[in-house]
Design a protein. Structure first.
Length: 362
């Protein structure tokens, strides 16, 4: 393992100030050519990956990465990819990597389109995105290909065989649905009914949720000779809490012998709160993502299983893979499927601690 080279070490060897070294490393100008060359030579002597940094500086440019994500102020799930991105930036800041965020409303395709238009106008060097809306994302990625802008996908994988597609980092959404089905099968009678609840606007355009439901249905089609019935409940548009509860009163209560439910997004806490109010504790729940409200209800036994999709790592490895491809010119994994961790109330504190530790060391 290489020893970490400090700016202090470079400055002493080159007989310049730390500020001068910092300006060279981050391409901030105001450095005489002969001093800049001396610093680059010291970088090479100290094995500071001089070729990478020097080639970046030679073209007098930074690597500008655009981040296209749902607005994390609307959905706390998206705070974790952002935290991963920020952690990765600390590791690669000496390469001159900068990011700009383009946040969209995940229930509004027009918001997504507006942000992609602005992003393309700003002409970044690379893009890290969660392509939530299938149709609009396919159009956007085609424009990226036409402009030669490389991109990395997280959370939702749109298979595109083209030169600008650097790959995908995230969960296997089909297998996450299969896993949710298997977990529910441990909790319900063999010939009962289970449900899939989508809390998403524009479901037909949500490729990742459709794949998740397909995996869930396929599991039960194969399990117990297909005797478990699967029903779909889709609430669209996503509105206020009481509107959802009214919808469930009208649609869930009429489902005969329903004993288990999967929510395909991170909002399973809403369903758990509804079942708690209606005293329907005979229905078991499997959901996704370790957000605060979900964790609390898991600890209380109102949710039986949570599947952790590792969003922090999605953001972190997304940035690191772009740097590997575009700056280091080395091979990086084009498909990195992250593990689907199963959290229950007995082990949830481990996952909370592990996530907290990730923010220090990945």
């Amino acid at each position: 393992m290489k020893n970490r080279i400090r700016i202090k070490d470079i400055a002493e060897r080159a007989q310049v100030s730390r500020g001068t070294v910092d300006r060279v490393l981050h391409n901030r100008g105001n450095v005489a050519p002969e001093i800049k060359q001396r610093i680059l030579e010291v970088l090479e002597e100290l094995n500071y990956e001089r070729n990478i940094i020097a080639s970046t500086l030679a073209y007098n440019r930074l690597l500008r990465i655009a981040i296209l994500l749902p607005d994390y102020s609307d959905d706390p799930f998206w705070e974790e990819p952002k935290n991963g991105i920020e952690m990765a930036l600390k590791s690669v800041e000496h390469y001159g990597v900068t990011v700009s965020y383009y946040l969209f409303d995940q229930d509004d395709t027009q918001s997504f389109m507006n942000q992609t238009e602005q992003l393309l106008q700003d002409a970044p060097d690379a893009i890290l995105l969660a392509p939530d809306f299938f149709n609009e994302s396919m159009v956007f990625l085609e424009k990226c290909q036409q402009r030669g802008i490389p991109y990395m996908q997280i959370n939702t994988h749109l298979a595109r065989k083209e030169s600008c597609n650097l790959g995908y980092i995230g969960q296997d959404t089909y297998q996450s649905g299969v896993l949710a089905g298997r977990l529910l099968s441990y909790l319900i009678p063999p010939e009962s009914t289970v449900g899939v609840l989508h809390l998403e606007k524009g479901l037909p355009n949500a490729h990742h949720l459709i794949e998740k439901e397909k995996g869930f249905r396929d599991f039960f089609a194969r399990h117990n000779n297909g005797k478990t019935k699967v029903v779909q409940l889709a609430f669209s548009p996503f509105g206020e809490r009481q509107e959802l509860f009214d919808f469930l009163d009208q649609n869930l209560l009429s489902v005969i012998d329903i004993r288990g439910l999967m929510v395909t997004t991170s909002r399973i806490f809403l369903l758990a709160e509804y079942l708690q109010e209606r005293a329907m504790d005979h229905i078991s729940l499997v959901g996704f993502d370790l957000i605060e409200k979900n964790i609390q209800l898991l600890e209380e036994g109102k949710i039986q299983f949570l599947i952790n999709q590792n969003p922090f790592k999605q953001g972190y490895y997304g940035i690191m893979n772009i740097v590997e491809h575009l700056i280091k010119k080395s091979e990086a994994e084009s498909m990195r499927m992250l593990p689907l961790d199963i959290a229950v109330k007995e082990n949830i504190h481990y996952y909370v601690k592990a996530t907290r530790d990730l923010r220090v060391v990945v």
